[in-house]
Design a protein around this ligand. Structure first.
Ligand code: COA
Length: 368
C-alpha cells in the first residue's frame, strides 16, 4: 500500500498500461502510434476518443498552430522571470499567467479550445523565455509549421531541423503523451475533481512532473551517461552504485517490471540519431552496455527516460528542457483525464491510516 502501489484508484477508458506488458492509447498499440502517426493525431485520439480523419486533423492542427502566439502580458511575465529560473517553473508560471488572461468558462464549455490553445502555447512559453534570456532577443512565435515537433526544433535552434530529428521528436511526444494514473496525471485528476479550471489542472501536472522520480529522470540519466569516458568505466561505476544500493535514474518502473514497451522504440530512435555527424556514437554504446548490465544483474528494465535523455542530447537540446518537452506531450493525456473526470465527477478524497498520538488535553501556552 506504500506509495499506493497496486491500488486501483478509479476508472478510465483512455489507456492501458502494463496489460500484457504493453501500452495502448484508446486501444491502439504505442508502437503503431509512435511510428505511424503524427503526435497531433495521437493528441486528437486521446482527447476525442478516436483517430481523426483528414479534415478533422486539419481543423485540430490549425487550432494548435493558431495558439502559438502569446498575449503581451504573458510575454511580459516571461521577460520578468529570472534567467536562472528552472524551465519547469517557467512553464508553470506562464501557464498560470495565460489562465489569468484567457480564463476557462466555469461551465467548461470551452475546455477543448483551451487545451488546443495550450498545446500551441506550451512550446512558445519555452522558446520565448529561452531566446529572451539566453540570446537577448524577442523571437517571432507565429509559424506555419504544421507539427509541434517541427515547431519546437525550428524555433529552439532557429534553423530547419533534419527529417530524422523531427521524426524522433514527434515519436517522443507520442511516447510521453499518456500513461494512465501516473503521479502527474493522478494529481491533475484530483485538481479536476474539485471542479477547478484546466489551467490549474495543468499547473498541478507540471509541478508533479518536475521531480526526478517522474519527469526529471531523463535529465539525470543523460548526465550519468555523459560522466563516463568509456564502456568499462561505466560498467565499473554501475557495480559501485549497486554496492552502495543507490538508484540509477532511467531504470525501474512501478508498472513495467520486465520491459517498458516505449523503450525499444527509444533504442531505435537513439540508434538512428547516433549516426548524425554531430552525435558521439560512444554515448550510445555506453548507454546500451549499462542497460544490458542493469537488466542482467538486477532484472531491472530501462524505462523510456534512459534512452530518452540520449535522444534529446543527440538533437542538441539543452538538458533542462527535456522535462518541459514532456509537458508539451503529456498535457494531451492530462487534459483527456481532466475531461473524463469532469464527465463523471466525484471529488477524489481518500482516507489515511492515522499513526499519531491518542486524543489529549490542550496545554495552554504558559504551561508548555
Ligand atoms: N536503480 C536501482 N535499483 C532500483 C531502481 C533503480 N532505478 N529502481 C528500483 N530499484 C530497486 C529498488 O531499490 C527496490 O529494491 P529492493 O526491493 O531491494 O528494495 C526494487 O528495485 C523495487 O523498487 P521500488 O523503488 O520499490 O519501485 P517503485 O515502484 O516504488 O518505484 C520508480 C518505481 C520508477 C520510482 C523507481 O524504479 C525509481 O526510482 N526509478 C528511478 C527513477 C526513474 O527512472 N523514474 C522514471 C520512471 S518512468
Amino acid at each position: 500500500m506504500s506509495g499506493l502501489a497496486g491500488v486501483i484508484a478509479g476508472e478510465s477508458a483512455i489507456c492501458t498500461c502494463g496489460l500484457g506488458n504493453g501500452l495502448n492509447y484508446r486501444g491502439y498499440d504505442i508502437a503503431d502510434l509512435a511510428l505511424k502517426c503524427d503526435f497531433e493525431e495521437v493528441a486528437y485520439l486521446l482527447l476525442e476518443g478516436e483517430l481523426p480523419n483528414k479534415a478533422q486533423l486539419e481543423e485540430f492542427t490549425a487550432k494548435i498552430v493558431a495558439g502559438r502566439d502569446l498575449p503581451q502580458n504573458v510575454k511580459d511575465v516571461l521577460k520578468a522571470l529570472p534567467a536562472s529560473s528552472h524551465p519547469m517553473d517557467v512553464m508553470k508560471t506562464a501557464t498560470s499567467a495565460l489562465g489569468c488572461v484567457e480564463p476557462e468558462q466555469t461551465d467548461f464549455s470551452d475546455q477543448m479550445d483551451k487545451i488546443l490553445r495550450l498545446l500551441g502555447a506550451f512550446p512558445s512559453f519555452l522558446v520565448y523565455w529561452h531566446h529572451w534570456h539566453v540570446n537577448g532577443k524577442e523571437i517571432e512565435l507565429k509559424s506555419d509549421e504544421p507539427t509541434i515537433a517541427g515547431y519546437i526544433l525550428e524555433r529552439l535552434k532557429e534553423k530547419k531541423p533534419l527529417d530524422v530529428e523531427v521524426r524522433a521528436m514527434d515519436a517522443m511526444l507520442t511516447l510521453y503523451a499518456e500513461h494512465e494514473f501516473n503521479a502527474s496525471t493522478f494529481a491533475n485528476r484530483i485538481t479536476a475533481s474539485t471542479l477547478s479550471d484546466i489551467y490549474s489542472c495543468m499547473t498541478t501536472g507540471i509541478g508533479t512532473l518536475k521531480g526526478p522520480l517522474h519527469g526529471g529522470a531523463n535529465e539525470v540519466a543523460i548526465k550519468f551517461v555523459l560522466g563516463f569516458s568509456d564502456v568499462d568505466d561505466a560498467l565499473k561505476s554501475v557495480d559501485e552504485l549497486f554496492a552502495k544500493k543507490e538508484k540509477i535514474m532511467g531504470f525501474g518502473h512501478r508498472v513495467y517490471r520486465n520491459v517498458d514497451p516505449r523503450s525499444p522504440i527509444g533504442h531505435q530512435l537513439a540508434a538512428e540519431l547516433k549516426e548524425l555527424p554531430t552525435s558521439d556514437p560512444k554515448l550510445y554504446d555506453i548507454a546500451a552496455a549499462v542497460r544490458d548490465k542493469v537488466k542482467a544483474d538486477k532484472g531491472l528494465p530501462d524505462n523510456i527516460d534512459f534512452f530518452g535523455g540520449l535522444i534529446y542530447h543527440y538533437m542538441q537540446i539543452e538538458r533542462l528542457y527535456y522535462t518541459p518537452l514532456f509537458i508539451m506531450s503529456r498535457a494531451a493525456g492530462w487534459a483527456a483525464h481532466a475531461f473524463e473526470q469532469r464527465a463523471n465527477n466525484r471529488i477524489i478524497r481518500p482516507g489515511s491510516e492515522y499513526t499519531g498520538v491518542e486524543p489529549r488535553d490542550f496545554v495552554p501556552m504558559e504551561e508548555r
